[in-house]
Design a protein around this ligand. Structure first.
Ligand code: AMP
Length: 366
């Protein structure tokens, strides 16, 4: 498939990862007349319920991967921690968006931050940490409080710990499993926001309005749209996302998570991280925009024109964690609530089981 060819109805989209993001991508693909083939290691794969074809096999099952790549027209992913070698191997058979190079970058917090620095995007002060010695050396320069995170494979606050004045550094390094890590200055932010943006195969860039994201126990709890930030900050955030997209030659939807410090016209932004996929803080787009982030992603990787990102309403998205999902009947009884339940088998504490989006005001023409 060349850079300019587009997928027609009936084409098959391969999705790596069988979680809720894959499930919602498959639904959006179906509406455009595409079929999906989901590839994911065996386990609870709620996306399997929604796809025409499924493969349950590991990330290093070369034969299964080859068969999968030969059966689809384009490949994408809903989970960024897939081995880079797996994606590079698939790309020899079928185009993969986002690319193995993008994954390599976004899987490594140091590489990601180095790219931001190169592009003039502010990030918290940071240092690479490979030992307790490194930690002792760099804590001086970065100061406390600071955050120690594994360099790779972290999500929802897993593999990180806050270091305060006087803390035992060896214990902190133990806590994150004595793995290659990054030490970051703690940002005393006012707000966390994210840009959900898409870049097409032709380089066309679009972005949604910016949500403010509130976390509980490091897990996203709610996204409020629009974020209460100045126009200047909004513009800067969108510029950051576009710069990153161009630098990565990105194709598809991605999110940039940003910290906002200061307030009332005196705001500054610092980048936290890039998620190379559709993002939890963009789920509200299914309820408050004509074209959701999921359809936008399918359009981008299929070579279709990007859709409008216009928002017709203000909204609040709330995740349903653990057994909150059991309140379905009560939620369904609430007026105007957009409900999405992921169909996961087990409602473990803190597990993302679904979300609801409440439309809070009509803003047609915004
Ligand atoms: P992450 O896994 O890097 O997205 O971090 C998860 C959450 O931890 C973020 O959404 C923040 O709420 C918090 N956090 C991460 N890094 C920092 C930092 N350098 N300063 C303050 N809070 C942070």
């Amino acid at each position: 498939m060349g850079k300019t060819s587009t997928l027609g109805p009936g084409a098959v989209i391969g999705i790596l990862g069988g979680g809720q993001l894959g499930r919602m991508l498959a639904m959006a693909a179906a509406r455009l007349g595409y079929k999906c083939h989901i590839y994911s290691p065996p386990g609870d794969n709620p996306a399997f319920d929604l796809a025409a074809f499924n493969s349950a096999a590991s990330w290093d099952d070369i034969e299964a991967l080859r068969k999968f790549a030969s059966s689809v027209d384009v490949i994408t992913l809903e989970f960024e921690n897939i081995p880079v070698a797996t994606v590079a191997g698939l790309a020899e058979i079928c185009p993969v968006y986002p690319s193995a190079e993008v994954l390599e970058l976004t899987q490594d917090r140091i590489k990601e931050k180095n790219l931001a620095v190169k592009l003039g995007i502010k990030v918290p002060d940071f240092a690479a940490i490979d030992s307790v010695d490194d930690l002792e050396r760099h804590i001086e320069q970065i100061g406390t409080p600071s955050v120690l995170k594994t360099r790779r494979l972290g999500y929802d606050g897993k593999g990180q710990c806050v270091i305060r004045e006087g803390d035992d550094l060896a214990k902190a390094f133990d806590m994150i499993g004595r793995q290659p890590a990054i030490l970051e200055a703690f940002v005393p932010f006012e707000k966390e926001i994210s840009v959900i943006a898409a870049r097409g195969r032709n380089g066309d860039f679009v972005a949604y309005d910016i949500p403010e994201n509130r976390h509980e126990n490091h897990i996203l709890k709610t996204s409020h749209i629009p974020a209460n930030i100045s126009d200047k900050t909004r513009k800067q955030a969108l510029e950051i996302a576009e710069k990153l997209a161009v630098a990565m030659d990105y194709v598809g939807v991605f999110a940039v998570e940003l910290f906002v410090s200061g307030k009332n016209g005196d705001e500054t932004l610092a980048m936290n991280e890039i998620a190379p996929r559709v993002h939890n803080s963009g789920h509200w787009t299914s309820a408050a925009c004509t074209i959701s982030q999921f359809e936008q992603h399918i359009r981008a990787i299929s070579g279709l024109p990007s859709g409008s990102t216009q928002r017709h309403s203000d909204a609040v998205m709330q995740n349903l964690l653990g057994n909150e999902v059991n309140a379905l009947a009560g939620l369904a009884g609430q007026d105007g609530l957009f409900i999405e339940i992921y169909g996961k088998q087990e409602a473990r504490a803190g597990r993302k089981m679904g979300h609801v989006t409440k439309i809070t005001a009509k803003t047609v023409g915004n």
